[in-house]
Design a protein around this ligand. Structure first.
Ligand code: WTA
Length: 661
């Protein structure tokens, strides 16, 4: 690597803020998309331009119409087309004679454990598990829940569901038993696939007990399949209606299941995500629009080619893993790397060891991870040969220019483009980012909207703001990967996303992602973060309402307000301000119970960074909690105007208590 002795200070001096970087020549020469006219072409041919995405798929029957907007904002894409997602991710590559090429490289947390699945092998196991699910009574359109960590059986189960036309709903393994129950009840899901446990930093972690506890909270009967991940390391027992994954697959050895013909608009999966109000939202994605969009963005932005060893280090339990570990890469027939563990086990060079061992060509990760790598130091990546890397990507939260530059230099050796991709669970795939073979990159700014995507930054009234001014990000044309609705709740779908800036009388529909942003003179969008009551902790979306209701559920707590405070590594961290009931003292014991309450209701990712007990919360005269003030307090910032408060004196009191515990 060049300039290895350089400090970050020197690096920043050399790469000053506001500077832009050209895509490296070596990258451009081989990039999937290099012709700048693609932006114009998509604009002029919209919406037919999206046939480019549809053409990346194999169709059993072609569609009649690219976009049907007759019932906006319930848009339909490629309607009447017929296809199967698992067929597109597996069978067609095998039929092309590529069956012995690697589909999944699975890297276990223990350094001596890995598994390789060729496309032949993956198809076989998907077939066998699909046959097993069917035998258990899973029918087309039944929602199958998966509560699994990063083990190969997770994508296998997802593809098996896709094969038989049963939508999946994957619940992140780090979520709590309660969170599992809420999601299974919400989706009326009568089938669960889970596992005994998994490794975390060398120790076997029991997962099955948590799954069983979740099942206790499900209000209907469920059949469960349990993967034995840990073998002798952890004993587990199967209860009533619980079956062993290996037994089931063995019973169906050699089975083949004809992929079910699905309509373009049939649901492929549900994914629950946090929103402003208490209950998580069941985002519905469909077969053709979603899959074509995941494949197109994987091709255009991640520059995926079949011969690549591509690695996205997200968890499949989040949308990033769905679109960019499973569906996008497999639809393009590449090798997708999947890692079970954490980046610092057994040591802080684990990620770079994997890049080196597997000759990883693209790495897609989150700013929170990059900030941790930066803190650990460049000596860890320097121990390994990272020269196989061709492209770097980030997603999940804003990336600060310093972290961007560190990634660009110390991981990419200044010879890989960095794509900072803005998108959401709801958008299905990337929306705002540079095309790596075309555009200049600006650290900290995601870039222009992708070709065919129409986005803008507006003020509260919907008028475009001047370059450089902060406003709200909007998307004013539909796109194939968009969510179609919230599961069984069309009304909430409209209220959450289309109410703010649309003009239904004129049939003008504007999607509001609830992010703040600003635009520069070149049309680059810098995303500033959520403007609703969602906080982003290490790239994970958490609803403050969900957190507050978990805290208020703890005995002795009368009221709680949660805000996001700045955090060096996590981006944002949970700050909870708590009023206790009369006669209850806010001390170490209650603090512990609150942490437990939050972990039980949501999961360890939501654990509060700081819990501040206070006799009152700052409220306006109309009784609204002044969250902005609580954020200022969390960040140690100068406090905003307190004159509109009913109880201004409380502010200094609370500020004095932050950091006390
Ligand atoms: C934030 C993850 C800035 C944003 C794919 C969005 C980002 C939320 C970026 C969605 C980025 C995602 N720059 N902010 N490149 N990418 N976000 O649904 O606030 O888990 O609304 O989807 O993450 O989070 P979600």
């Amino acid at each position: 690597m060049s300039n290895q002795g350089e400090s970050d200070g020197e690096l920043e001096a050399r790469l000053p803020e506001g500077e832009s970087f050209s895509p490296p020549e070596s990258f451009v020469e081989q990039a999937n998309v290099t012709d700048e006219s693609i932006y114009e072409e998509f604009e002029e041919n919209w919406p037919e331009c999206w046939e480019r995405a549809a053409d990346l798929l194999d169709w059993e029957e072609s569609y009649d119409q690219v976009l049907d907007d007759s019932d906006a904002p319930f848009y339909e894409w490629f309607a009447d087309g017929k296809l199967n997602a698992s067929e597109n991710c597996l069978d067609r590559h095998v039929e092309d004679g590529r069956g012995d090429e690697v589909a999944i490289e699975w890297v276990g947390e223990p350094t001596d454990e890995s598994r390789t699945y060729t496309y032949d092998e993956l198809l076989q196991e998907v077939n066998e598990f699909a046959a097993a699910l069917r035998e258990q009574g899973v029918e087309e359109d039944d929602v199958v829940t998966m509560y699994m960590p990063m083990i190969p059986e997770l994508p296998i189960a997802m593809l098996a569901c896709a094969r038989i036309g049963a939508p999946h709903s994957v619940v992140f393994a780090g979520f709590s038993a309660d969170a599992l129950a809420t999601r299974m009840n919400g989706a009326d899901s009568e089938h669960l696939v889970t596992c005994d446990g998994y490794y975390r930093r060398g120790d076997p972690l029991n997962h099955k007990d948590k799954a069983d506890e979740g099942l206790d909270g499900v209000d209907h009967d469920v059949t469960t399949v349990v993967v034995d991940r840990l073998g002798d390391e952890l004993d587990h027992e199967l209860g009533e209606n619980q079956l062993d994954y290996d037994d089931l697959v063995a019973d169906h050895e050699g089975a083949t299941v004809e992929p079910v013909t699905r309509d373009a608009e049939d649901m492929l999966f549900l994914m629950y995500t946090s929103g402003t109000t208490g209950q998580p939202k069941g985002v519905k994605h469909t077969t053709a629009g979603y899959l074509s969009y995941a494949a197109w963005t994987s091709h255009a932005v991640l520059d995926i080619k079949p011969e690549d060893n591509y690695w996205c280090s997200a968890d499949i339990g989040w949308i990033t893993g769905h679109s960019y570990i499973v569906y996008g890469p497999l639809a393009l027939g590449t090798t997708t790397v999947m890692y079970e563990g954490t980046p610092d086990y057994p040591d802080k060079d684990r990620m770079w060891q994997i890049v080196d061992d597997y000759d990883v060509t693209q790495l897609y990760t989150a700013p929170t991870a990059i900030r941790a790598f930066m803190k650990w130091g460049a000596e860890y990546p320097q121990q390994h040969d990272l020269s196989s890397l061709r492209l770097l990507g980030t997603v999940g939260e804003p990336i600060n220019p310093r972290a961007w530059k560190w990634y660009y230099k110390h991981i990419g050796d200044e010879s890989c483009p960095v794509v900072d991709t803005w998108w959401q669970t709801e958008t299905g795939g990337m929306m705002v980012t540079t095309l790596p073979g075309i555009a200049e990159m600006k650290p900290g700014s995601a870039g222009p909207p992708l070709p065919g995507i129409s986005a803008d930054v507006v003020d509260m009234n919907g008028s475009p703001v001047e370059p450089g001014e902060a406003g709200y990000l909007i998307v004013n044309k539909p796109w194939p990967g968009m969510l179609r609705t919230l599961y069984k709740n069309d009304e909430r779908f409209i209220n959450e996303y289309w109410d703010e800036y649309s003009n239904p009388d004129k049939d003008e529909w504007v999607y509001f992602p609830e992010d703040g942003a600003k635009l520069d003179d070149d049309g680059y969008i810098t995303v500033l973060g959520r403007v609703d009551d969602v906080i982003n902790v290490s790239g994970h979306r958490l609803g403050t309402m969900e957190l507050e209701s978990a805290i208020v559920g703890v005995e002795g707590v009368a009221e709680a307000a949660v805000v996001g405070g700045d955090h060096e590594i996590k981006g944002e961290a949970v700050y909870a301000y708590v009023i206790t009931e009369d006669g209850v003292e806010g001390g170490a014991d209650l603090r512990e119970q609150i942490v437990e309450g939050v972990e039980d209701a949501i999961g360890p990712i939501a654990r509060p960074e700081e819990i501040v007990f206070s006799p009152e919360l700052p409220k306006t005269r109309s009784g609204k909690i002044m969250r902005r003030l609580l954020e200022d307090i969390a960040n140690g910032d100068e406090l905003g105007n307190t004159s509109t408060l009913r109880n201004p004196e409380i502010v200094d009191d609370i500020a004095g208590k932050v950091g006390e515990d």
